[in-house]
Ligand binder design. Sequence first.
Ligand SMILES: [Zn+2]
Length: 214
Amino acid sequence: MPGTREWRRTIGASLRPNDEQRLRAGRRDGPPATLAFDSRPLLNDREERPNAMKTTLRLVLLMSLLAGFGCAKKEGAAAPADDHAGHGHSSGHAHQPLMGGMLVELGEHQFNLELKYDPVRGVLQAWVLDGHAENFVRVSMGLFDIQEAGGAQRTITLRAVGNPMTGEKPGDTSAFEGEARWLGDVAHFDGIVKALKVRDLEFRGIEFHLHPKG
Ligand SMILES: [Zn+2]
C-alpha cells in the first residue's frame, strides 16, 4: 500500500475523463461505478496540471464518502470503489430473496430476514423466511428495531403487518414494516437488527449492509 500522498496522485493521474462522470452519476442508471486504471506511467510532480489536482481532490472526497459508508471495509481495502457485487453469501451457496429484497441470514442457516425499501411509501419492509429462503415463517413478535450503525444511529421500528390474502395478522405474520422515509436519500446503509424472536430462538445484533435504492 503506497503512502497516502502517492496514492492520491496515482488515482488522479490514472482516472479516465468519463470515469468521474460515471462515479458522480451513481449506480442508478448504467453500469456500477467502478474505477478503471490504465497502465500509462504516472505523472510526476512537475507534470501534474491544475485540473488534474481538482480531479484528485474530488475523487478523494468521493472515495472517503464511499469508505465512510462501510462498503470497502467489508470487501477488502484493495477495491475502494467496488461495485458491491460481492454482498451476500460468500460460502458458495446462495439463496434468492422471495420479495425482490435482500436476505440477511439469521443464525447458521436457521432463518432469513428479507429486507426491502419501498421508496413510494417510504417504508422499510421485512419478511421472516426459513433457512433456505423458500417459505415465509410466521412469528408472534409484534415489532422489532433496526438501528443505523454509526452516523446518527437512527432507529427504525418495524411492526407486524397483516395480509388478508394469506390470513396473516399481527402476532401471527411473517411481514413487518417501519416508516423510514430518510432511507430514500441513502445509497449505502449499515444497520443492526437489535433483536428478533423466531419460534423459540432469539437472534441479537445482526449486522447487515443494504442498498435502499436497489
Ligand atoms: Zn454498498
